[in-house]
Ligand binder design. Sequence first.
Ligand code: HAM
Length: 423
Amino acid sequence: MRDILPQDSWLWERVESAYRRVMTLYNYLEIGIPVLEKTALFARSIGEDTDIVSKEMYTFTDTGGDELSLRPEGTAGVVRAYVQHAVGTQEPVSKLYYIGPMFRRERPQKGRFRQFHQAGSEMFGVPGPFPEIEQILMLKDFFGKLGLSDVAFACNHLGTPESRAAYTRLLVAYFQKHSDGLCEDCRRRLETNPLRILDCKQAACGEIIAGSPSFEASRPESAAGELETFIRVLRDMAVAVDVEPRLVRGLDYYTGIVFEGVARGEGGEGKGLALVGGGRYDELVSQLGGPPTPAVGYAIGLERLVDVCRSRLGEPTRPDVFVVVIGAQLEPRAVELMHRLRGGGWRCEFDPRGGSLKSQMKRADRVAARIALILGEDELRAGNVRLRCMAGGEQVDVPAAGLDSALREKLGAPGMEAGHRDG
Ligand code: HAM
């Protein structure tokens, strides 16, 4: 579990605000769900025999005797809320998004944390493939806003319940022949949930998996047609999506198109790891007690994303104005002036410890203020304040009454003015 320290929080702020903007453009509304849910919710939706549920959840019994778990992902909770509040009866098409921490007790390794953050979206009420096409476009727009152009998307189609059953029989026959080479977990999965063998990360299993039957042969025509439309429409819009015939994703609720996006050429720890994963889950709403409702969604891993786009997000936002106070008696004037400036959207700072002109200027430099505003008795008597540009050092006296327009002339719009420097 990692701390997000103040020197990094601007990266997170920028990523999250870009996400909210893209969600608003696509008319998705935010939903807030608790970090704790009943353990049974996750077991029923993600699946008893997935790694997430069988090994990675933080589970405890509370003092009332309820079995609870910290959420390992957001979809189960969103669907629980969707059913509980009968959202579908008020709104036949619901587009929801969330940003927040998730918890999985995974083995610590590159790009995997035990508390991590996801930005996710779920759309209810419309069958495929157009909602998933739109979600890929949303992802593309979002990544583009962060300067990431090289995310490779892969997809698969898990077919119909009948074709999945037929495919599972093929898998079982194949893996039974190779069961001696499989890890202990996979030998158990062969009995309980054979599809999950395809998610195994063990090298020995990987070799066996590489030779296993792929989905393509058992995919029914309707599913193949849906996948074909998904890929073609996106290709026509210059978004390449490759078919990955053994992509099943590690959660049991998927029923149709599934997809993942990997940062390819980008640097950082997240390179080569999935930034996003998602897919269609048309049976989960009814499994959790709601009416049959088609649904599709995805979640982005924000630690990995922040890591790959760190160098593309520009500079942290800087204070616009640092007020330098010559003489402690002028401090109340400084506080009043800053209050007025902040009201106009200017981000202001001063050194509440006081000190010499030199030490205050050093502080202005340290916090990377764009301009120093020097408040001295002589200037004030003349109705002026002094502005010194931190980059070039040139300074001018301007009338205190016309400060806002003088600042606009030097700095452009205030840093915190609505819409400016947002995302
Ligand atoms: P997931 O593939 O388990 O899907 O997670 C989505 C993304 O979360 C991953 O691609 C990865 O970037 C990030 N992630 C997962 N585990 C960790 C970890 N331990 N540390 C850092 N990042 C991690 C889901 O969670 C589904 N709920 C997605 C979804 C939504 N499907 C339909 N709707």
